[in-house]
Design a binder for this molecule. Structure first.
Ligand code: SER
Length: 887
């Protein structure tokens, strides 16, 4: 009996043999379609190839595509576990032709594979065609020799496949398997077609039209083929089962669930095991593709699926978390076909364990409350919306989990009442906020958050995606469109643009639609809504349009490098300066990074050099940067550094990078940096390139600030510094290596020359070269020498006074200097006379006569100042008189 893995391989091999490129499944989160929550069929990744927007190096392809149908338009969640063929996760096998072959080859391919490779008896097969498609009917007749009654013409949309309200579409032919008369049901198109006897196994779509928004339909540039066959269905058929859950792969998961809960796989808990097996697949694959449980959008769909599975595990009597223990069984079954599952195994296990541990804390109490409520209700009555809301709000029960729990009792929830309770809570939150005094025009963001929910951020792993324009805002008002030259704020359902937060600046880039383009100059987040601040640069953009969103990639790369370097710097600082270093703020821009931290004194040049060297050593480790989502408690246990002023919800993102030198090799190496962080980071530390500190300065009391550059900016900084050095060497006419010695020599020379100049000036002031001796006057038996000088600074006056005293031998000297528009006064008295005349008195008297006051010093040397030297003669005379009186 072929396993599901064999069947998948046989399918791909068959089409590879027939000239098809075997293409990997695309991720479950479509990057090229804003209208889809999850990839739900094989053609999603080829949508733009069909319409001619995109070309690929092949025109025939085959895939096994991961699909999720939960949330959004296609939602099979409610039926999972209760029916034979509903899944939230399934694999779609497909072959595709892009303008290559068409009906006359697609039909024989399908027939050959089914009847030859899969050896399905031809008489158990029948087909449908679109009622006007004579060509397809004729090909079936010729190729398969099917009688007319087994080529059924269907006039409805069942045989006209559309991917959505717009996009590629075309008539289809479906292949059915007849399970035999012992099972109830009629052929397609008959009143009993919904029975289980005739099961559709393969849908071949003849893609030839494109449906447009205005209702018109045009021909595609090339006729193409898109086929889809559910692996689980064909698997059940080829394994002789009627139920997809009885296939080998699903059975292995069901048995893992039974083992983990020590229950019978086919006993009363049968439905629970089936739900667990299905939900294990969808949750694990979603996590592997980067979806994390959250309270919005895709993350909330994931959370709902996880919590449903957990309730079913609880119903099986499990006392401890179960889901994460089933991951090894899933990896055994599907890891070879989907290596991403193996790669993400640890993340999947950790995410499941965390969610289940946390949800268990409220699950039991919630279920008790539910029981109490139900016991109070009259038989069969619907659960009041209020109660369902309380379960949601207080106990974390998604509405559909409550509905699922009630389904077993044949009861329903008053959904309108639930919605009303939810609306009331939102209104209260808004009222509380509007009382908080924030700007009134921010009300619009509350409204938009209410209407559209939080924006989905795709930018951790992509820089471009499609999004649907949900709103345009101008001056606090929504507008329908914005034209060239207008500034507008753009809201989309999903975006790769990072909104400024945690010190990381907002992204810039381009938003393009069918009719125009806008340049995004900044991105912010308001009430969970990501707001692109933009200017329309071409044509116009309008609400409702699909948009191509692309982030400025080089700029984002530089921001990433700076942000990751900041984490390394934080840790290096703590290592070099001590554990007291705590982050006080940061900026991660494209041109530089800034990091503020608590530290009482300046960081020395040696410390800076050591820190810089350490960060560069971590960069050279080129270690992978790892991101995980966990509970704040777990993160603390890991030793994560919390970001400054950040508020956290239930889960935190933990970014770790690098390892300590000398720590044990392998998985147990000590991680170097572990921080809680919502920002974007490099994939490996080597991507930072290089790290150069620009300087350390004081930011505020007890807080230092380091600025630094990375990557190209670091290189540019070093190159500029080197350029300046070469320029200096050029000016010195010396080799770069001699520059320091030459500058030192120049400084010494300069100092010597300055001394010489001062002494020459003094000599000049003394009467020039010392040849004309100063003229002293005898006053009351004291030699008094007074001089008025120019070009001697106040600083040089004491030396001049000393020279004059020396030349007198015994006496008193007074110098009045013109010091740049002001007057400087100095006086000196030789030691033999200080008992009779005081230099301080002389200076005070002179300053007074010059219109100033004060002055000071010692009896043998004093200095003072005055506004001008205008009254110099009077000042000298006044001092002379004073000496005459006192001496
Ligand atoms: N797109 C079609 C489907 O989903 C055929 O692959 O059924």
């Amino acid at each position: 009996m072929p396993s599901l893995n064999d069947i998948r391989q046989t399918f791909l091999d068959f089409f590879a043999r027939n000239g098809h490129a075997v293409v990997d499944s695309s991720p479950l989160v479509p990057r090229n379609d804003p209208t889809l929550m999850f990839t739900n069929s094989g053609m999603v990744q080829f949508k733009n190839v069909f319409t001619g927007l995109e070309s690929r190096p092949y025109n025939r392809a085959t895939t096994a595509q991961k699909c999720v149908r939960a949330g959004g338009k296609h939602n099979d969640l409610d039926n999972v576990g209760y029916t034979a063929r509903h899944h939230t996760f399934f694999e779609m096998l497909g072959n595709f032709s892009f303008g290559d072959y068409f009906k006359s080859e697609a039909i024989p391919f399908a027939w050959e594979l089914l009847t030859r490779d899969f050896a399905i008896p031809a008489d158990r097969l029948l087909v449908t065609v679109y009622h006007t498609d004579d060509e397809a009917a004729a090909i079936w007749k010729k190729v398969a020799g099917l009688p007319d009654e087994r080529i059924i013409r269907i006039p409805t949309d069942d045989n006209f496949w559309r991917m959505g309200p717009t996009g590629p579409c075309g008539p289809s032919t479906e292949i059915f398997f007849d399970h035999g008369a012992e099972i109830w049901g009629g052929p397609p198109g008959s009143p009993d077609e919904n029975g289980d006897r005739f099961i559709e196994i393969w849908n071949l779509v003849f893609m030839q039209n494109e449906q447009h928004a205005d209702g018109s339909m045009t021909e595609l540039p090339r006729q193409s083929i898109d086929t889809g066959m559910g692996l689980e269905r064909i698997g059940a058929l080829l394994q002789g089962k009627h139920d997809n859950y009885d296939t080998d792969l699903m059975r292995a998961l069901i048995e893992a669930s039974a083992n983990a809960t020590s229950t019978d796989p086919d006993g009363p808990g049968k439905v629970h095991h089936r739900v667990i097996a299905d939900h294990l697949r969808s949750t694990s694959f979603l996590i592997a593709d980067g979806v994390m449980p959250s309270n919005d959008g895709r993350g909330y769909v994931l959370r709902r699926i996880m919590r449903r599975a957990m309730r079913h595990a609880h119903m099986l009597g499990a006392q401890d978390p179960v889901m994460h223990r089933l991951v090894p069984a899933l990896v055994r079954q599907m890891g070879a076909a989907y290596p991403e599952l193996t790669r993400a195994r640890a993340t999947i296990e950790e995410t499941l364990r965390l969610e289940e541990t946390r949800f268990r804390q409220t699950l039991e109490r919630g279920l008790r409350l539910l029981d109490d409520e139900l016991n109070r209700l009259p038989e069969g009555a619907a659960l009041p919306g209020e109660a369902a809301f309380r379960l949601y709000d207080t106990y974390g029960f998604p509405l559909d989990l409550t509905q699922d729990a009630l389904r077993e009792r044949g009861q329903a929830v008053d959904v309108a009442g639930f919605d009303a309770a939810m609306a009331e809570q939102k209104a209260k939150a808004r009222a509380a906020w509007s009382g908080s005094g924030e700007a009134a025009d921010a009300a619009i963001w509350f409204e938009l958050a209410d209407r559209h929910g939080a924006t989905e951020f795709l930018g951790y792993d992509s820089e471009a995606s499609e999004g649907a324009i949900l709103a345009l805002v101008d001056g606090g008002q929504t507008v329908e469109r914005a034209g060239e030259g207008e500034r507008v704020q753009i809201v989309v359902n999903q975006t790769p643009f990072y909104a400024e937060s945690g010190g990381q600046v907002g992204d810039t880039g381009l938003v393009k639609t069918e009719t125009g383009a806008a340049r995004v100059t900044d991105t912010r987040r308001m009430q969970g809504v990501i707001v692109h601040l933009a200017e329309v640069t071409l044509g116009e953009i309008a609400v409702g349009q699909g948009a191509q969103l692309s982030v400025d990639s080089d700029r984002r790369g530089a921001i990433r490098a700076n942000h990751s370097a900041t984490h390394l710097l934080n840790e290096a600082l703590r290592g070099a300066l001590g554990e007291h270093v705590a982050q006080k703020g940061s900026l991660n821009a494209d041109d530089r990074l800034r990091f503020d931290f608590s530290h009482g004194k300046a960081v020395t040049a040696e410390e800076l050099a050591a820190i810089e060297a350490e960060v560069n050593a971590l960069i050279r480790q080129n270690a992978p940067v790892e991101t995980r989502v966990m509970s704040p408690e777990d993160a603390r246990e890991l030793g994560a550094q919390a970001l400054f002023g950040e508020k956290y919800g239930d889960e935190v993102r933990v970014v770790s990078m690098g390892h300590r030198e000398g720590s044990e090799k392998g998985a147990n190496r000590d991680t170097y940096s572990i921080e809680l962080c919502g920002g974007t980071h490099v994939a490996r530390t080597g991507d930072i390139g290089a790290f150069v500190i620009l300087g350390d300065s004081a930011s505020s009391a007890g807080v230092r600030r380091i600025e630094a550059v990375t990557g190209e900016a670091a290189l540019a900084h070093l190159r500029a510094a080197e350029g300046r050095l070469s320029e200096i060497a050029g000016l010195l006419k010396a080799p770069v290596g001699d520059v320091v010695d030459r500058v030192k020599a120049l400084a010494d020379e300069r100092r010597a020359m300055a001394g010489e100049i001062a002494s020459l000036k003094r000599q000049l002031a003394m009467g020039g070269g010392g040849d004309a001796s100063p003229q002293a006057r005898e006053v009351g038996g004291v030699s008094f020498l007074a001089r008025r000088v120019e070009g001697v600074s106040g600083r040089d006056l004491p030396a001049l006074v000393d020279d004059m005293k020396r030349s007198l031998g015994s006496g008193a000297v007074l110098v009045l200097a013109d010091a740049g528009g002001k007057a400087a006064v100095a006086a000196g008295v030789t030691p033999d006379l200080t008992g009779r005349v005081s230099a301080v008195d002389m200076v005070r008297r002179a300053a007074e006569a010059l219109g100033g006051k004060g002055g000071g010093g010692r009896p043998d040397m004093a200095q003072g100042g005055a506004p001008s030297l205008e009254a110099a003669d009077a000042a000298i005379a006044a001092v002379e008189t004073m000496i005459g009186e006192t001496a």
